[in-house]
Design a protein around this ligand. Structure first.
Ligand SMILES: Cc1cc2nc3c(=O)[nH]c(=O)nc-3n(C[C@H](O)[C@H](O)[C@H](O)COP(=O)(O)OP(=O)(O)OC[C@H]3O[C@@H](n4cnc5c(N)ncnc54)[C@H](O)[C@@H]3O)c2cc1C
Length: 410
């Protein structure tokens, strides 16, 4: 692994750094910098426009579709500079990271023209309709059906854990379009408008009072016949590329949020005296070491992508398993560091309008950032493929172990 970057990326790094200096508010990132709620609201609106005008949203996409056609190395540098400045590089995770790249890879020219501009300028919000009550890890067991009726697909069934469905304009959805075909065949990838009578969204409230994911029920919901991406009954292949984007996007900046949070835990331990407890010290040191490993894993993934050696599936599985399990353990440590204080809800409750931090909890259940992150860390070994499924992938693709035996029918 060569950790030095090619010299020709430096002018580009300098360009982004200067753009950030010119466009971020004065004092941004310095100790004591703060904004009132109104200022934050104004900043959020202006910032998205500035990013769009600067061409920094989805900048790795081809120029003909509104990107800057950045190389992989340039994209890494872009991400690093925004992360270093702690400046939001607007990501509607589902649009920018999942369905957008999938559309670019698989969709027809008409579909690209229809959907890509709305993803770039943030006017179409998306959600992901893959999981169902009996189809999560074993996604190919999905039962939601889509049948052609003239020029439209008619959709019936149920999805679950659908994050942000309550805000979404469109859902990218897997549905069975040939019930007689083998399990992985006969599935299609549809783009379905959310705001219609045939779709009911029921929020699922979480333990910390947040309710960002939902059950979604389809009763004769409809979408145009041409909203199939990648061909009828070819949805499994298309979905696998979407999941590849989901698992592979962190590279060299993914570890930073964990490092910032660990610094906050260490500062808390120093303040409340827990840092003199030898066992806590040992766990803090272990947590720091693991963040360092995450950073190195990121460089390993980048090296793999740059060299075209394509071990991404196994590396992605190692990384997902490692960061999610590490974060869960680190947040348990955070609560031990807080001690009795962990039982008291010390957050502000209200969403302060920030787009630089995730807001969790609600007014009558005001979790602090650390408490909210503790709760959310419990879900991180589940979404995007559970830790057990990642172990299966590592066993089979990295270690060359025999394939997992299929369950026997009795
Ligand atoms: C916060 C969050 C957000 C989510 N957002 C979305 C979303 O927006 N859209 C969407 O479509 N889905 C979403 N999901 C769903 C997520 O993809 C599924 O929860 C995940 O794939 C696991 O499926 P499951 O919950 O059905 O668990 P199951 O697959 O039923 O698994 C139950 C347990 O069995 C284990 N297990 C299952 N199969 C095996 C095996 N072969 N070998 C070993 N162990 C196994 C699992 O590891 C797990 O511990 C979200 C989930 C969470 C937690």
């Amino acid at each position: 692994m060569d950790l030095s970057y090619p010299a020709d990326t430096e002018p580009f790094r300098a360009e982004i750094r200067q753009w950030l200096v010119d466009n971020l508010p004065d004092g941004w990132g310095t100790p004591g910098f703060s904004m009132a709620k109104d200022e934050k609201k104004a900043f959020n609106q202006e910032w998205t426009k500035k990013l769009f005008d600067g061409g920094w949203i989805c900048a790795s996409w081809p120029k003909e579709y509104g990107g800057k056609g950045l190389s992989l190395m340039e994209s890494v540098v872009l991400n690093e500079e925004f992360a270093r400045a702690e400046a939001p590089l607007r990501a509607d995770f589902f649009g920018d990271t999942l369905v957008g790249p999938t559309i670019l890879q698989w969709a027809s020219e008409e579909q690209k023209q229809q959907f890509i501009p709305g993803i770039l300028n943030g006017t179409i919000a998306w959600c992901q309709g893959f999981s169902e009550p009996d189809a999560g890890s074993d996604l190919a067991s999905l039962k939601t059906r889509a049948e052609l009726d003239g020029d439209e697909w008619v959709i019936n069934g149920q999805k679950v854990w659908t994050t942000q469905a309550q805000y979404a304009d469109y859902i990218f959805l897997l549905a069975r379009t040939d019930p007689d075909a083998p399990k992985h065949a006969g599935i299609s990838y549809l783009l379905v408008p959310m705001r219609q009578d045939g779709i009911e969204v029921r929020p699922i409230e979480q333990v910390d009072g947040s309710g960002e994911f939902n059950e979604v029920f389809f009763t004769n919901a409809r979408c145009p016949k041409e909203n199939v991406v990648g061909g009828v009954n070819n949805g499994w292949k298309v979905a696998m590329t979407t999941l590849g984007f989901e698992r592979g996007s962190s590279a060299t900046t993914g570890h930073r949020r964990f490092l910032r949070e660990l610094e906050q835990i260490i500062a808390t331990a120093q303040k409340n005296g827990r840092s003199s407890d030898p066992l806590i010290r040992q766990r803090l040191a272990t947590a720091w070491t693991k963040v360092k490993i995450m950073e190195i894993n990121g460089y390993r993934s980048l090296t793999d992508a740059l060299n075209g050696t394509h071990h991404m599936a196994a590396l992605g599985a190692c990384n997902k398993m490692f960061w999610s399990e590490t974060h869960r353990a680190t947040m348990e440590l955070a609560l031990d560091v807080l001690g009795m204080e962990a039982q008291i809800l010390t957050g502000s409750g209200a969403n302060d309008g920030s787009i630089t931090r995730v807001h969790r909890g609600r007014a009558d259940y005001p979790v602090s950032d650390l408490q909210g992150s503790f709760f959310f860390s419990r879900s991180e070994t589940i979404w995007g493929g559970t830790a057990e499924i990642q172990r299966n992938i590592i066993g089979e693709r990295a270690l060359g172990l025999p394939k997992e035996p299929k369950p026997q029918k009795v």
